[in-house]
Ligand binder design. Sequence first.
Ligand code: HEM
Length: 478
Amino acid sequence: MAFTLLLRILTSNHRRHSRRLPPGPLPFPIIGHLPLIGPLPHRSLHRLSASYGPVLRLLLGSSPLIVVNSPSAARDVFKTHDLAFSDRPRSYASLRYAYGSPGFAFGPYGPYWRFMKRLCVSELLGAQTLDALRPIRQEERLRLVALLRDARETFNVSEELLKASNNGIIRMVTGMGDGGGVDEVRALVKGVAETVGTLNLSDFVWVLRGVDVRGVKRRIDEVHRRFDEVLERIIGRKEEERRRRGGGGGLGRAKDLLDILLEVAGDEKAEFKLTRENIKGFVLDIFTAGSDTTAAVLEWALSELINNPTIQHKAQQELDSVVGKHRLVEESDVPNLPYLQSIVKETLRLHPAAPISHRIATRDAKILDYDVPADTIVFINMWSLHRPERFEDRAAEEMQKNLLHYAPFGGGRRGCPGELLGLDVLHMTLGLLVQCFEWEVVGGRVDMEEGVGLTLPRENPLVCLPRVRLNPFPYIHG
Ligand code: HEM
């Protein structure tokens, strides 16, 4: 017995020492490498890879972290060993906002996640639902166009883009009209995004576990409480409507995401019994993951077009020749607008709205030749994959078929389920804004400074007065 124990200790020690771990700088005591990460992690981690190579090892406080900065290493996470990296690290915010349920966007890879992923693909974020809810998105876009058309002085375009895309998501999820209720939810979504995006030291530094550093936990609890009140009100109204219909008869309108979720929750035969907590947690996930992302990409796209007028004019020529000047661009035009699509792709390359994918290894695995022990946090720096240095990655070149040079929506089974919706919003909104207006600023150039935040926003809002370029201006319904 004692002999077996001794043998086990010796072999496990041997295994630990024979592991080939990635290189990395020396850590500070207790806080690890937190001071090296800074407010723009995609940039600092990219810089560190210049000294330590494409895969590096750090300590996020006291939690081991491996950072991936090259296409071939990303391929190992997103493709070769996808299953081993299909979980996400937990934080106080993600647990709280998941209502103690397993959670989807930040939750473990398990039966609940698999059920919700299937539901996302087949229904919630599938083509049919997106088509049915198109009028909501179009209404928000046209409201923005009309606002810009009638503006007489310079305008905070960033703020209005955020409002239009967040209102679109909130209304697609809840079916709310365009009244004051949406403003209230939007303010709460902002609170959730801010708290999820704040680095909470007690999540990573073991001596601070249980301590509420700078009141972050208190703020999360407060946002959660206020959100819960609003969600209960919205769900209560939906349940009342369902009761009035007696479970039968059509809705007389397109089903929103909450209608679908409540229907699945009421289905006794469903493979997974959705609880109210599951539903509320999922709604919060969609608000957090789907709201600010598209707005951030749009403000960068417009900034790039202001600084590159030749590209802006070429996009306008394409729109003029495909759509003309007497009607507004429609969804059915998008396949015929390859240059507009290229601008969206290129903007996502330069300014990916979720620059780092956060994963955790569920078991011992490999990235390139390095060992990754189970429970190690793994960051895949997509911003870094998109830099020109990606062409220096010989291993990736050899694997031409599996290149991961470009992954603005992440990859593998935990890749973004909102890609279809995100691209639809980007193509249509940018198409309208470029078709209807001439974008310029006093002095000719906008600054391109990145701000702090989950979605890589601009540091300074885009403020300008776009010039109307269609005369007469096509009729806008509603
Ligand atoms: C331009 C817009 C968007 C970009 C650039 C983007 C990017 C991303 C990225 C990089 C991830 C992490 C993927 C990974 O770890 O491999 C992600 C996850 C996610 N996104 Fe998006 N996204 C966008 C829009 C949306 C929209 C519109 C929705 C929903 C309405 C959405 C819902 C989600 C969800 C739920 C997850 C978590 C998925 C999971 O953990 O299984 N995203 N997104």
